[in-house]
Write a protein that binds this ligand. Structure first.
Ligand code: BTN
Length: 246
């Protein structure tokens, strides 16, 4: 990971830049940009990407896995971000599947995109966005109570380079571990130990319905396991999970 790093001053989205380079690049290519003009979040949202404020980076992965295993990569990345932040003195938590939370506000997110066919993963674009030195002006009113930056929460500036390299180093370790074992168990342990959902009552929102359940586990596939009042368990594969206030 990061044997080849492309630093850009500006780009539409580092995820899109990875896709443009994917065919002629090797696994592990990292694209980092100072700003993004069309930073993308999950579910078609946009991602605030002002110049020099945050970390906007994407990694090209070419693992030999099935498409249904792609969400595991998000859990490996979440574990790497949280570990990297801890090494930088920031006590961040994970809101499954892909939100990194500091003091009840989202400070980082992961956007995993898969390219390939029904039965075959061609490559995975793993995008990581971390709000580092953003100020309140970067968070419009409608998200100000939900999103924040390391600087706003910790009341000091951070060195983006240090955080980016800590995250990449942790990702490299956890990703190699996944490829060697064929299991994300090490990452899952980190995700569980730092989860803000486990043990809590959560609202699981899918296209069809909305239900209240207790979050009890994250399984080996990286799915959230929830329990109803009768103790029946089921796993939630994607969709939106929310808890009060966050
Ligand atoms: C989310 O939480 O909704 C995911 C946010 C992901 C943002 C990062 S920034 C680098 C990469 N390029 C993008 O356009 N998005 C991801």
């Amino acid at each position: 990971i990061g044997r080849e790093i492309v630093y850009l001053d500006t780009v539409d989205s580092t995820n899109e830049e990875i896709k443009r380079r994917a065919d002629r690049s090797r696994e592990g290519l990292v694209v980092i940009s100072e700003e993004q003009s069309v930073g993308k979040g999950r579910l078609g949202r946009n991602w605030t990407s002002r110049k020099g404020a945050g970390i906007y980076m994407s990694i090209l992965l070419k693992p030999d896995i099935y498409p249904q295993d792609a969400p595991k990569i998000t859990q490996v990345a979440a574990a790497a971000v949280v570990k990297g932040l801890k090494e930088s003195g920031v006590d961040a938590k994970i809101k499954w599947p892909n939100d990194i939370i500091l003091k009840e506000k989202k400070v980082a997110g992961i956007l995993t995109e898969m390219t390939g066919e029904l039965m075959r993963v061609e490559y995975i674009t793993l995008g990581i966005g971390i709000n580092v030195n953003n100020g309140i002006e970067d968070f419009p009113e409608e998200i100000a109570n939900k999103a924040s930056s390391l600087k706003l929460e910790e009341k000091k500036e951070f060195e983006r380079k240090k955080i980016a390299s800590a995250v990449l180093n942790n990702f490299e370790k956890l990703y190699s571990d996944f490829l060697e074992r064929g299991s994300i168990s090490v990452s899952i342990e980190i995700c569980k130990a730092n989860s803000i959902l486990l043990g809590k009552e959560v609202r699981v929102i899918s296209r069809k319905s909305e239900m209240l359940r207790k979050a009890v586990d994250i399984n080996e596939d990286g799915e959230l396991v929830v329990e109803d009042g009768d103790g029946n368990r089921e796993s939630v594969f994607s969709g939106e999970v929310s808890i009060r206030g966050i």
